[in-house]
Design a protein around this ligand. Structure first.
Ligand SMILES: Nc1nc2c(c(=O)[nH]1)N[C@H]1C(S)=C(S)[C@@H](COP(=O)(O)OP(=O)(O)OC[C@H]3O[C@@H](n4cnc5c(N)ncnc54)[C@H](O)[C@@H]3O)O[C@H]1N2
Ligand code: MOO
Length: 379
C-alpha cells in the first residue's frame, strides 16, 4: 500500500512508514510532579517547621512566571512550570495549605518533585522507528510531541463479495432452500479486524453478465476483491465463470477446509476467491488473505500467534491434506487444546465457539488424545 500522511485519529493499528524524530523535548519544560509549593530547598529548616510568604499561584498552563525571591514560596500545581529560582516542590500534604503564608513541616532535597525537561525524550531523539505498529501509547506519544499526523501505509479497501441465489438478507423471511447470507458479515468483519476497510457487496445474481456489471462501480475504488462461493465444480459457479477469462486461476489446494481457491487479477484488481462453505471461507481468510493484507500494510508480523499444545481427544485427518480443525485453547489451564465440533465445513457454530485452528500436517491421518499439535490463534 502507498505511504501517506494520516491524522493520528486514523492511525490506530497501522504501521509507521518512517522514523519519527522528536521535534521537541518531553517534558518540554521543568515542571512540578506534585500539587504543593515551589521553594528553594535551602530556605527550609532541617529539623523544624518553616514559614514562608506565598507570593504567587501557578496553575498548570501558566505561560508567564515570576522569579522566586529567596525566602518565599509559590503555590504550584502538578504539571505547572517551575518558576526561575525554585529548585524543589513541597507537596501540599506536608504543609498547612496556606495561600498568604505557608507552614512547611518537612524539608525537601534540591530537585525533589521536579520533572526535568527532556527527562523522557530529548529533542532530536529517534523516538519511534519505521515499522512500529501504532498503538494507543505510541499515538499518545506522537500527540505529546505535537504531531497532528504520521506517515503510514494506508488501509487497503477490500471488496467482500458474496454470490449465491440461495442467500437471503437477515431480516427477511426464509423459504425452504434459502439460507441467510453470513460469509459477507464474517469476512467483512475479518477484514476490519485486520485493520483494513471492508466494502460489502452481497446478493450478486448467479449470472455472469450481471456479475460483471455489479463489479464495475467498485473497480477504481477498491484495492482487492475477496469473494466467497461459486468456485467449485458445480454448474452455477458464477465467480469461477466470470473470473476465469480474466486472469484469475482456480485450483485445489491440499488443505481441508479451504480446498477450492482462486487468485489473480480482474481488470487489474487483485482477486482472492474463497470457497463458499462458511468454515472454508473463514479458514481460507486466515490462511491466505489475512497474511497478505497484513503484509500490504507493512506489518513485519503477518501471521497470528501460534503455540504447541496437546489435543484432549483423538483426531483423524484426510491423507495428503493439511487439516485445520477448530479448537479451544486455554494457555492458563495448561498446554492443552480441545477440538470443537467435527471436520465439516458447514459447522459454523463450532467455529464460533473456537479460538484457534488445530493444524494437522498433510502426512498425518490419525492423532491419539495427548498428541502435540500446532494451534493458530484466531484472535
Ligand atoms: N463435486 C464437487 N463438489 C464440491 C467440491 C468438489 O471438489 N467437487 N468441493 C466441495 C468443497 S470442499 C467446497 S468448500 C465447496 C465450495 O463450493 P463453492 O465455493 O462453489 O461454494 P458454493 O457452492 O457457492 O457454496 C457452498 C456452500 O456454502 C454456502 N454459502 C455460500 N456462500 C455463502 C454465504 N455468503 N453465506 C452463507 N453460506 C454461504 C452455500 O449455500 C453452500 O451450502 O464445494 C464442495 N462441493
Ligand atoms: O475444502 Mo471445502 O473448503 O472442505 O469445505
Amino acid at each position: 500500500m502507498p505511504v501517506l500522511q494520516l491524522p493520528l485519529e486514523e492511525c490506530l493499528g497501522l504501521v509507521l512508514a518512517a522514523d519519527v524524530i522528536a521535534p521537541l523535548a518531553l517534558p518540554p519544560f521543568d515542571n512540578s510532579a506534585m500539587d504543593g509549593y515551589a521553594v528553594r530547598a535551602a530556605d527550609l529548616n532541617r529539623d523544624e517547621t518553616s514559614r514562608l510568604v506565598v507570593t504567587d499561584d501557578i496553575p498548570a498552563g501558566r505561560t508567564e512566571l515570576n522569579p522566586l525571591a529567596p525566602g518565599t514560596a509559590q503555590r504550584i500545581m502538578t504539571g505547572a512550570p517551575i518558576p526561575p529560582g525554585a529548585d524543589a516542590v513541597v507537596q501540599v500534604e506536608w504543609t498547612d495549605g496556606g495561600t498568604e503564608t505557608v507552614t512547611i513541616n518537612r524539608p525537601v532535597e534540591p530537585g525533589q518533585n521536579i520533572r526535568i525537561g527532556g527527562d523522557d525524550v530529548r529533542k532530536g531523539d529517534a523516538v519511534l522507528a519505521a515499522g512500529t505498529v501504532l498503538r494507543p501509547s505510541t499515538l499518545g506519544l506522537a500527540s505529546a510531541l505535537g504531531l497532528p499526523e504520521l506517515p503510514v501505509r494506508r488501509r487497503p479497501r477490500v471488496l467482500v463479495l458474496s454470490t449465491g441465489s440461495e442467500l437471503v438478507e437477515p431480516g427477511r423471511p426464509l423459504e425452504l432452500g434459502q439460507i441467510y447470507e453470513s460469509n459477507g458479515m464474517m469476512l467483512a468483519s475479518s477484514v476490519r479486524d485486520a485493520g483494513c476497510v471492508a466494502v460489502q457487496l452481497r446478493f450478486v445474481p448467479d449470472d455472469v453478465e450481471a456479475f460483471h456489471q455489479a463489479l464495475k462501480p467498485y473497480l477504481g475504488a477498491v484495492d482487492v476483491i475477496v469473494t466467497s462461493g461459486g468456485v467449485s465444480a458445480g454448474a452455477y459457479e458464477v465467480v469461477k465463470d466470470a473470473f476465469e477469462d480474466h486472469d484469475v486461476q482456480f485450483t485445489k489446494v491440499a488443505m481441508q477446509p479451504g480446498g477450492p481457491q482462486g487468485s489473480g487479477r480482474y481488470e487489474g484488481v487483485p482477486v482472492l476467491s474463497l470457497p463458499g462453505n462458511p468454515v472454508s471461507a473463514q479458514v481460507s481468510f486466515e490462511v491466505f488473505v489475512r497474511p497478505a493484507l497484513m503484509a500490504s500494510m507493512g506489518h513485519a508480523q503477518t501471521e497470528r500467534r501460534s503455540a504447541r499444545a496437546r489435543i484432549t481427544s483423538a483426531l483423524t485427518s484426510p491423507a495428503g491434506k493439511t487439516q485445520f480443525r477448530r479448537g479451544l485453547h486455554d494457555p492458563s489451564s495448561g498446554e492443552v487444546v480441545t477440538p470443537v465440533g467435527g471436520p465439516g465445513s458447514h459447522l459454523l457454530s463450532a467455529l464460533a465457539l473456537s479460538n484457534c485452528l488445530i493444524e494437522v500436517p498433510e502426512d498425518v491421518t490419525e492423532l491419539p488424545a495427548g498428541a502435540e499439535v500446532t494451534v493458530r490463534y484466531l484472535q
